[in-house]
Write a protein that binds this ligand. Structure first.
Ligand code: DQA
Length: 158
Protein backbone atom coordinates (compact mmCIF):
# COMPACT_ATOMS: atom_id res chain seq x y z
CA UNK A 1 0.00 0.00 0.00
CA UNK A 2 1.33 3.44 -0.95
CA UNK A 3 0.18 6.62 0.83
CA UNK A 4 1.02 10.20 -0.16
CA UNK A 5 1.92 12.47 2.77
CA UNK A 6 1.51 16.06 1.61
CA UNK A 7 2.29 19.31 3.40
CA UNK A 8 1.40 22.76 2.14
CA UNK A 9 2.85 26.26 2.58
CA UNK A 10 5.09 27.09 5.54
CA UNK A 11 5.09 23.59 6.99
CA UNK A 12 8.77 23.29 5.99
CA UNK A 13 9.33 25.84 8.77
CA UNK A 14 7.95 23.66 11.58
CA UNK A 15 10.22 23.72 14.61
CA UNK A 16 10.69 27.47 14.07
CA UNK A 17 6.99 28.40 13.94
CA UNK A 18 4.88 29.30 16.98
CA UNK A 19 5.32 26.37 19.38
CA UNK A 20 2.06 27.15 21.14
CA UNK A 21 0.09 26.33 17.98
CA UNK A 22 2.38 23.95 16.14
CA UNK A 23 4.60 22.27 18.73
CA UNK A 24 8.38 21.98 18.48
CA UNK A 25 8.80 19.10 16.00
CA UNK A 26 10.35 19.78 12.61
CA UNK A 27 8.68 18.32 9.51
CA UNK A 28 11.54 15.79 9.18
CA UNK A 29 10.95 14.62 12.75
CA UNK A 30 7.23 14.21 12.07
CA UNK A 31 7.98 12.29 8.88
CA UNK A 32 10.36 10.00 10.78
CA UNK A 33 7.58 9.24 13.28
CA UNK A 34 5.21 8.46 10.41
CA UNK A 35 7.79 6.13 8.82
CA UNK A 36 8.09 4.23 12.12
CA UNK A 37 4.35 3.68 12.08
CA UNK A 38 4.18 2.75 8.40
CA UNK A 39 7.13 0.35 7.99
CA UNK A 40 5.93 -2.56 10.17
CA UNK A 41 2.51 -2.27 8.52
CA UNK A 42 4.08 -2.66 5.09
CA UNK A 43 2.95 0.81 4.04
CA UNK A 44 5.13 2.90 1.73
CA UNK A 45 4.96 6.64 2.37
CA UNK A 46 5.80 9.23 -0.28
CA UNK A 47 6.49 12.65 1.26
CA UNK A 48 6.00 15.98 -0.47
CA UNK A 49 5.99 19.57 0.78
CA UNK A 50 5.60 22.74 -1.24
CA UNK A 51 4.90 26.40 -0.64
CA UNK A 52 3.15 26.58 -4.03
CA UNK A 53 -0.38 25.41 -4.72
CA UNK A 54 0.41 24.52 -8.36
CA UNK A 55 3.30 22.27 -7.32
CA UNK A 56 1.07 20.46 -4.84
CA UNK A 57 -1.49 19.92 -7.62
CA UNK A 58 1.17 18.68 -10.09
CA UNK A 59 2.39 16.18 -7.48
CA UNK A 60 -1.15 14.95 -6.74
CA UNK A 61 -1.95 14.54 -10.44
CA UNK A 62 1.28 12.64 -11.08
CA UNK A 63 1.29 10.35 -8.05
CA UNK A 64 -2.34 9.62 -7.18
CA UNK A 65 -3.13 6.90 -9.73
CA UNK A 66 -0.56 4.55 -8.17
CA UNK A 67 -1.55 5.37 -4.56
CA UNK A 68 -4.13 4.13 -2.06
CA UNK A 69 -4.72 7.28 -0.01
CA UNK A 70 -3.61 10.78 0.93
CA UNK A 71 -2.68 12.30 4.29
CA UNK A 72 -2.55 16.08 3.92
CA UNK A 73 -1.93 19.19 5.95
CA UNK A 74 -2.81 21.90 3.42
CA UNK A 75 -1.57 24.73 5.70
CA UNK A 76 -3.31 28.03 4.96
CA UNK A 77 -4.62 26.61 1.63
CA UNK A 78 -7.16 24.84 3.86
CA UNK A 79 -9.04 28.10 4.09
CA UNK A 80 -9.17 29.14 0.41
CA UNK A 81 -7.38 26.60 -1.82
CA UNK A 82 -10.14 25.63 -4.24
CA UNK A 83 -7.85 24.29 -6.95
CA UNK A 84 -6.06 22.10 -4.40
CA UNK A 85 -9.48 20.94 -3.22
CA UNK A 86 -10.50 20.03 -6.78
CA UNK A 87 -7.24 18.18 -7.45
CA UNK A 88 -7.75 16.13 -4.28
CA UNK A 89 -11.37 15.38 -5.17
CA UNK A 90 -10.40 14.30 -8.70
CA UNK A 91 -8.17 11.54 -7.29
CA UNK A 92 -11.17 9.68 -5.83
CA UNK A 93 -8.80 8.49 -3.11
CA UNK A 94 -9.54 8.39 0.62
CA UNK A 95 -8.17 11.61 2.12
CA UNK A 96 -7.44 12.48 5.73
CA UNK A 97 -6.80 16.14 6.54
CA UNK A 98 -4.65 16.99 9.55
CA UNK A 99 -3.76 20.16 11.43
CA UNK A 100 -1.30 20.62 14.26
CA UNK A 101 -3.34 23.45 15.80
CA UNK A 102 -7.03 23.59 16.64
CA UNK A 103 -8.25 25.66 13.67
CA UNK A 104 -11.76 25.78 15.17
CA UNK A 105 -10.51 27.88 18.07
CA UNK A 106 -8.27 30.41 16.35
CA UNK A 107 -8.91 33.41 14.05
CA UNK A 108 -12.21 33.41 12.13
CA UNK A 109 -10.53 32.90 8.74
CA UNK A 110 -9.12 29.57 9.98
CA UNK A 111 -12.63 28.30 10.74
CA UNK A 112 -13.34 28.12 7.00
CA UNK A 113 -12.20 24.74 5.69
CA UNK A 114 -12.69 24.12 1.95
CA UNK A 115 -11.01 20.67 2.08
CA UNK A 116 -13.17 19.20 4.84
CA UNK A 117 -16.08 18.02 2.66
CA UNK A 118 -13.88 15.82 0.48
CA UNK A 119 -11.98 14.35 3.46
CA UNK A 120 -12.91 11.17 5.29
CA UNK A 121 -11.90 12.81 8.55
CA UNK A 122 -10.16 15.91 9.86
CA UNK A 123 -7.78 15.54 12.80
CA UNK A 124 -6.96 18.83 14.53
CA UNK A 125 -5.29 20.31 17.58
CA UNK A 126 -2.96 17.51 18.63
CA UNK A 127 0.29 18.96 17.30
CA UNK A 128 2.47 16.24 15.70
CA UNK A 129 0.12 13.54 17.01
CA UNK A 130 -2.56 14.77 14.58
CA UNK A 131 -0.42 13.23 11.82
CA UNK A 132 0.02 9.95 13.70
CA UNK A 133 -3.70 9.61 14.42
CA UNK A 134 -4.57 10.64 10.87
CA UNK A 135 -2.22 8.05 9.35
CA UNK A 136 -3.56 5.29 11.64
CA UNK A 137 -7.13 6.11 10.60
CA UNK A 138 -6.21 6.16 6.93
CA UNK A 139 -4.38 2.81 7.02
CA UNK A 140 -7.29 1.14 8.85
CA UNK A 141 -9.78 2.60 6.37
CA UNK A 142 -7.78 1.40 3.33
CA UNK A 143 -7.24 -2.06 4.85
CA UNK A 144 -10.94 -2.44 5.65
CA UNK A 145 -12.13 -1.30 2.24
CA UNK A 146 -9.64 -3.62 0.50
CA UNK A 147 -10.92 -6.49 2.65
CA UNK A 148 -14.56 -5.80 1.85
CA UNK A 149 -13.71 -5.54 -1.88
CA UNK A 150 -12.00 -8.94 -1.75
CA UNK A 151 -14.99 -10.42 0.13
CA UNK A 152 -17.39 -8.91 -2.40
CA UNK A 153 -15.44 -10.44 -5.29
CA UNK A 154 -15.34 -13.83 -3.54
CA UNK A 155 -19.14 -13.75 -3.18
CA UNK A 156 -19.56 -13.03 -6.90
CA UNK A 157 -17.39 -15.99 -7.93
CA UNK A 158 -19.10 -18.44 -5.59
C1 DQA B 1 -2.21 24.58 10.02
C2 DQA B 1 -3.30 25.63 10.32
C3 DQA B 1 -3.36 26.68 9.23
O1 DQA B 1 -4.36 27.64 9.54
C4 DQA B 1 -2.04 27.40 9.09
O2 DQA B 1 -2.08 28.31 8.03
C5 DQA B 1 -0.89 26.46 8.95
C6 DQA B 1 -0.86 25.25 9.75
C7 DQA B 1 -2.03 23.60 11.19
O3 DQA B 1 -1.44 22.56 10.97
O4 DQA B 1 -2.47 23.86 12.30
O5 DQA B 1 0.07 26.74 8.24
O6 DQA B 1 -2.60 23.85 8.88
Amino acid sequence: MKILVINGPNLNMLGRRNHKHYGSFTLDQINTKLEKLAKPRDVKLVFFQSNHEGQLIDFIQKESSASSGILINPGALTHYGYSLRDALEDTNLPIIEVHLSDISKREDFRKIDVIKKISLAVVIGQKENSYILGLKKLIIYIQESTLSEVRGRAKLTR
